[in-house]
Design a protein around this ligand. Structure first.
Ligand SMILES: [Zn+2]
Length: 264
């Protein structure tokens, strides 16, 4: 019965991407959030940068923090029917945090039949999002696997990618604030620590933020449990054990969202 239900949904959405991918065994899959029981991030028609940012294959690596905004800060959404009410409420809680902190300058609204592009929250393979508004029509996917990704902090992080932001530690000036310990990174994963040029990414004139919800943990992609990212400033040293483990947006996260979306 469930199979038929899924087929029916596929016909409605004209998109079965999430179901077309064979699930890989999660096992000890590396993930940015240090969570158990996750599948490796995967999506058809996309590749991943920085672990959880999906990039349409046809576009290549073109847009980073200068990614397309949602017009007027309004993000139409819907949910895959697989989520329980409790799970949806966790994700809606993350949306509410963004709306409240921007005084509703950024808003998540239910999509209607006339909505040209919307964010489809669905339980795909892993926790990931595209960056900014990448589609000109139809559903733009944001994956929060059930149950592994359905946490307030993970939903918040992925929603902020969808609003147009990369990870904090890849901004152009990051080498003044952290040192990347390449010798501790899983072989083949080094590209996730690429730093962006000032042409590709804009710091919006705001300070580096060790406490950002968009910062990696200090042990992200570690092959041996030792840190891959070490803060190098006196302020930063207090953050090493806390980076990437916050539950809510920092003050600077709020400032950058408001600035990017020209909120008052
Ligand atoms: Zn991320």
């Amino acid at each position: 019965m469930l199979r038929y239900a899924k087929l029916y949904l596929c016909l409605i959405f004209l998109s079965c991407k999430a179901y077309a991918i064979p699930l890989k065994d999660s096992g000890d899959t590396i993930n940015l959030f240090g969570l158990e029981g996750l599948s490796e991030n995967n999506a058809t028609g996309a590749t991943f940068i920085e672990g959880d940012i999906a990039v349409p294959l046809k576009n290549g690596r073109t847009a980073y923090i200068r990614s397309p905004k949602w017009p007027n800060g309004v993000v139409p959404i819907d949910f895959d029917s697989s989520y329980s009410t409790a799970q949806k409420n966790i994700i809606i809680g993350a949306m509410t945090e963004i709306m409240t902190n921007t005084n509703n300058c950024i808003r998540f609204v239910w999509r209607t039949t006339n909505t040209p592009v919307w964010l489809r929250i669905h339980p795909g393979q892993g926790c990931w999002s595209y960056m900014g508004k990448t589609k000109s029509s139809g559903a733009q996917d944001l994956s929060l696997q059930i149950p592994g990704c359905v946490y307030h902090s993970v939903a918040l992080h992925e929603l902020i990618h969808a609003l147009g932001f990369v990870h904090e530690q890849t901004r152009p000036d990051r080498n003044q604030y952290v040192r990347i310990q390449t010798q501790n990174i899983v072989s083949g994963m080094e590209h996730n620590f690429d730093v962006f040029s000032r042409t590709d990414a804009d710091t919006l004139g705001l300070s580096y933020d060790y406490g950002s919800i968009m910062h990696y943990r200090s042990d992200a992609f570690s092959s041996n449990g030792r840190p891959t990212i070490v803060p190098t400033t006196s302020d930063g040293k207090n953050w090493e054990s806390k980076m990437g483990r916050g539950e809510k947006m920092s003050n600077l996260d709020i400032q950058k969202l408001k600035k990017y979306y020209s909120c008052s």
